[in-house]
Design a protein. Structure first.
Length: 374
């Protein structure tokens, strides 16, 4: 079977594309990856194609990873059936297009994705699969230390505030950051990779934290996609610090066993069952697909710039507060919190002036104010 995977850009879902492509190719299928990003000319382990450059003329199935790719490839391959992979339940780019006949099946990787797909105005046939991890390439690292000294910290996606919580808690527990740590703190695929390598795995992200992956809690956390949103409880410094003390080296072997249920080999078999069930489109989709694809891509770029601007603004606010506090300390000035309240009382003069103001002042009786003078 000739399979065409499609994406707006490899940076969005590269890990999944690489894993799925490799294991579909092992089954003897011809697999190409369409990317609309001009910078994705070559990628290790992937056969990257673009419109006008090695794009298959008549693939048997299109497996789209985002709305842009789904719309554009429906225009370029009008009679080829499509399957859509719903990777994220929040951003609109990751949701299937709400146009009849574009998508035949929607693959979801957790219960949040299933709920979002069901809530759409156009409900597609939904296939629930586990998110895959290459358990053959990621071998277990061996027995874990009785007490953790190092950790793999995935903090690149965190705000300064949440990154600070992780770093402070680990420092207080005597745990240093390292690429080969006994435990990993992260979310999503980062957690699955930690489990596959036999590490203890702690779910923590910008949206919250759900704690350690254990056999008892695996079902709850897997259904949530290891996103940190399974439970409503907040994960502050105190909770994270307590949880680190609850580390158990037996978590490593248990996690490896749980990760085998996410085998990329089995995932490829399940995908082929979905692809084999598809029927060819009878007629092209009657819609301006290419223009809709362009609008989706423009909206996604705008949303990405807005996120970057918000992140820059957050960093600027944090730096402004740091500088304000640094400037205020020598003079006893207060610093305002995010609600505009003073964290400490304000004093408007340097210490030596405050002492002078505190000295008693003698008043000449001749210059006493009369009551009518106020």
């Amino acid at each position: 079977m000739e399979i065409l995977l499609g994406t707006q850009g490899l940076s969005e879902a590269r890990a999944y594309l690489t894993t799925a492509s490799e294991h579909l190719e092992r089954l003897g299928h011809e697999v190409s990856v369409f990317s609309a990003d001009e910078g994705d000319r070559e990628a290790e382990g992937l056969r990257v194609v673009r419109a006008g450059h090695r794009l298959p003329l008549a693939p048997d199935v299109v497996y789209a990873q985002d709305a842009f790719a789904a719309l554009l490839l429906a225009d370029l391959n009008p009679l080829t059936p499509q399957v859509f992979a719903l990777h994220d339940d929040r951003a609109e780019l990751w949701l299937p297009p709400q146009l009849p006949a574009v998508i035949a099946r929607v693959v979801v990787f957790d219960e949040r994705g299933r709920e979002r797909a069901r809530a759409a105005s156009l409900v597609h046939e939904i296939v629930r699969l586990r998110r895959p991890v290459d358990t053959e390439a990621l071998a277990p690292r061996g027995p874990l230390s009785d007490r953790p000294r190092t950790a793999v910290l995935h903090t690149e996606h965190l705000s300064d505030y949440r990154r600070g919580i992780v770093e402070r808690a680990c420092a207080d527990a005597g745990i240093e950051s390292a690429d080969d740590g006994d435990l990993a703190i992260g979310r999503g695929e980062q957690i699955l990779e930690a489990m596959a390598t036999g590490r203890a795995a702690y779910v923590y992200g910008e949206d919250g934290g759900d704690g350690w992956v254990t056999p008892e809690r695996y079902g709850l956390l897997e259904a949530d996609g290891f996103s940190g949103r399974a439970e409503p409880a907040a994960t502050d410094f105190e909770r994270l610090r307590r949880d680190l003390d609850a580390y158990d080296p037996a978590m490593g072997a248990a996690n490896r066993e749980l990760a085998l249920g996410h085998s990329a080999r089995a995932h490829a078999h399940e995908l082929m069952s979905v692809f084999d069930s598809l029927a060819e489109r009878r007629d092209p989709v009657d819609a301006p697909l290419r223009e809709l694809a362009r609008l989706v891509r423009v909206e996604a770029a705008t949303a990405r710039r807005a996120e970057e601007a918000n992140a820059d603004a957050d960093r600027a606010r944090a730096e402004a507060r740091r500088l304000e506090r640094e400037h205020a300390e020598p003079y006893g000035h207060g610093v305002r919190d995010e609600h505009g309240e003073a964290e400490v009382p304000f004093v408007d003069a340097p210490p030596e002036d405050v002492e002078a103001q505190a000295q008693p002042v003698s008043v000449d009786p001749k210059h006493r104010a009369h009551p009518q003078d106020g």
